[in-house]
Write a protein that binds this ligand. Structure first.
Ligand SMILES: [Zn+2]
Length: 142
C-alpha cells in the first residue's frame, strides 16, 4: 500500500538571473535533505532523492515551480522601445561628441554626383579606348 507523502519544504531558492528554482526538501525520515530543482519550466525538474522514478517531490512541487516560472514571464518579454524611449536614451551631449554633418542632403547629393561622375568616367574611358583603338596604323615590316 502506497502512502501519500507530503513534501516538507525547508528552503526555496528562486534564481533571478536564470529561470531556475530549487526547493530544499526534507526526506520522509526527516533526517536527510534533498534538492528538488526545476530549470526553464516546471517540466524540467531534477531531484537528489533516491527515487528512480515517480519522485513525489517533483510531482508536488511542480505547481509551485510553475507559479515561479509564470511570475518570471513579464521580465522575459523583450521591452519594445518607442521613439520617445530611444530619444531619452540618447545623450543630449552627443552632438558635441560627434561632428554632425552640416548639410546631410548636400553631402548625399555630392556623393551621388561623385558616383555618377565616376561611372561616366569609366564609360567614357571604355568608349575612348574603343574609339582610339589603333585604326589601320601599319607597322612597316622589316
Ligand atoms: Zn525527490
Amino acid at each position: 500500500m502506497k502512502t501519500q507523502k507530503t513534501v516538507q519544504v525547508l528552503t526555496i531558492y528562486r534564481f533571478k538571473e536564470t529561470a531556475r528554482i530549487c526547493f530544499v526538501v526534507e526526506s520522509s525520515n526527516g533526517l536527510d535533505t534533498y534538492h528538488t530543482c526545476f530549470n526553464r519550466d516546471e517540466n524540467h525538474g531534477s531531484c537528489t532523492c533516491p527515487a528512480i522514478r515517480g519522485c513525489y517531490h517533483l510531482d508536488q512541487l511542480k505547481a509551485r515551480a510553475a507559479e515561479y516560472f509564470q511570475s518570471r514571464q513579464p521580465a522575459k518579454v523583450e521591452q519594445v522601445l518607442t521613439a520617445e524611449d530611444i530619444a531619452s536614451l540618447v545623450d543630449p551631449d552627443i552632438e558635441v561628441m560627434q561632428p554632425v554633418k552640416a548639410n546631410p542632403v548636400q553631402e548625399a547629393q555630392q556623393f551621388i554626383n561623385r558616383v555618377v561622375a565616376e561611372k561616366m568616367a569609366i564609360h567614357n574611358a571604355a568608349e575612348s579606348t574603343f574609339e582610339s583603338a589603333p585604326s589601320g596604323r601599319l607597322v612597316p615590316m622589316r
